[in-house]
Design a protein around this ligand. Structure first.
Ligand code: SF4
Ligand code: SF4
Length: 397
């Protein structure tokens, strides 16, 4: 295993264990199987274990395994505040105490505001007193490092990053999402400000392994490298010095062993020019199926009406390069549930965006098509209900 440093000089394994995909058994989790996988990773040097309040059974399973094996103090636990459920200050303590109890510990090493998608969500937390709460918890040692996980656009990522003295952050990043969400610009800004960056979805939830088109598999096979599709994805990340930990949601011992092997071999600068060209061919093969040739460059932004143009196009494309439900679910996460609405239906057809698009995309027309595909009526209704719940006013109690 190789290690990179956190903000305070502590060693973090470059492979982190994502605990959201443990195998299910009946109504719960197969804790015995998860224990074998977790302990295989631990013995191979993994020291970063990531879970969250809302991953069903995950915090409790992790806490049980760490306690039974007497290794709580030898590893780092990362877990997350379900910030979308917080309506008042008392709720902060309520969820945190429950998480400590599930994890059978008195402190969390890396604690994240879960799933921020725009700066307004962070502002809402500030209104309920999160800044004072974090200061208390850090002073008492109950939280060692504070950070946030993020799924919105680059602009909002940078605003949140620069608004607080964070210890770390977590972003979605992989070779297909180089310019999506926080993107490379966000990665470099965070690393440039001296904080470690934890990567989630390094393989797009397995899509860069299980759903590669034939032409992409052929490009990998002809590369002369004996790397699996997962290894290509992980090596692309480890090649970048700004990446600190790459999370993988592992649910078999073979997967743990393979990823640990990659994490012991891959290094910054170990990808050649030819390797990069192979990945360009892989991306081109994936993009052939796209509906709109948007590169995510963001020259069209900001839209005066708040439409997330590249975000909408990316999710629309994902409906055809991955799966319909996958594209729609990415849309809900990254565009549909931002506090400031960013829907294509807000477009007033002013045409400003089209003047700046280097791909000459008829943005106005394509946005309408994308919106129809991404938000059929049942989705529109469900997003409306979710928004009403998430963005209700804090009670202030
Ligand atoms: S045409 Fe629509 S999407 Fe483009 S800038 Fe104007 S309002 Fe925004
Ligand atoms: S300018 Fe064009 S290619 Fe770039 S993000 Fe906007 S729509 Fe996509």
């Amino acid at each position: 295993m190789q290690y990179r440093k956190d903000r305070y000089g502590n060693d973090l394994s470059i492979l982190g264990y994502g605990c959201m995909r443990f195998t299910r058994k009946g109504a719960g989790l197969d804790v015995e199987k998860a224990e074998k996988e977790l302990m295989t990773a631990y013995r191979a040097g993994v020291n970063y274990f990531d879970t969250a309040y809302i991953y069903p059974g995950s915090e409790a399973a992790l806490g049980e395994v760490l306690e039974r094996n007497g290794i709580r103090d030898k590893v780092n636990i990362a877990t997350k505040l379900p910030q979308y459920l917080i309506g008042n200050r008392a709720a902060l303590d309520r969820y945190f105490i429950e998480e400590l109890s599930r994890l059978r510990t008195d402190h969390v090493d890396y604690y994240l505001m879960h799933h921020l998608t725009d700066v307004a969500m962070w502002e809402k937390l500030k209104k309920v007193g999160i800044l004072e709460w974090i200061a208390e918890k850090k002073q008492s040692g109950a939280i060692r490092n504070i950070g946030f996980s993020y799924h919105g656009n680059t602009d909002n990522f940078l605003k949140i990053l620069n608004d607080y003295d964070w210890d770390f952050c977590q972003i979605q990043y992989n070779y297909l999402d180089e310019v999506a969400q926080a993107g490379k610009a966000g990665l470099q800004a965070a690393a440039g400000s001296g904080i470690p960056v934890v990567i989630m979805e390094p393989l797009r939830g397995g899509k860069l392994v299980n759903m590669l088109p034939e032409a992409a598999k052929k490009a990998m096979a002809e590369s002369g490298r004996n790397w699996s599709p997962a290894e290509w994805g992980l090596r692309w990340l480890y090649d970048q010095p700004e990446v600190t930990v790459v999370l993988s949601g592992m649910n078999s011992t073979e997967m743990v062993e393979a990823n640990c092997r990659t994490a012991s071999e891959a290094a910054v600068g170990s990808m050649s020019e030819a390797d990069r060209e192979t990945l360009e061919k892989v991306k081109a093969a994936i993009r052939e199926k796209e509906r709109v040739g948007c590169t995510g460059c963001r020259y069209c932004m900001p839209c005066p009406k708040g439409v997330d143009i590249p975000g909408t196009f990316r999710c629309w494309n994902a409906m055809y390069t991955e799966s319909k439900s996958g594209g729609r679910s990415q849309f809900i996460q990254t565009v549909g549930l931002t506090r400031e609405p960013a829907f294509a239906s807000q477009c007033v057809r002013c045409g400003k965006c089209e003047q700046h698009c280097p791909q000459s995309i008829p943005i106005r027309e394509k946005l309408q098509e994308a919106d129809r595909a991404l938000r059929p009526l049942p989705y529109k209704l469900a997003i409306g209900v979710a928004r009403a719940f998430m963005f209700r006013k804090p009670s202030g109690k």
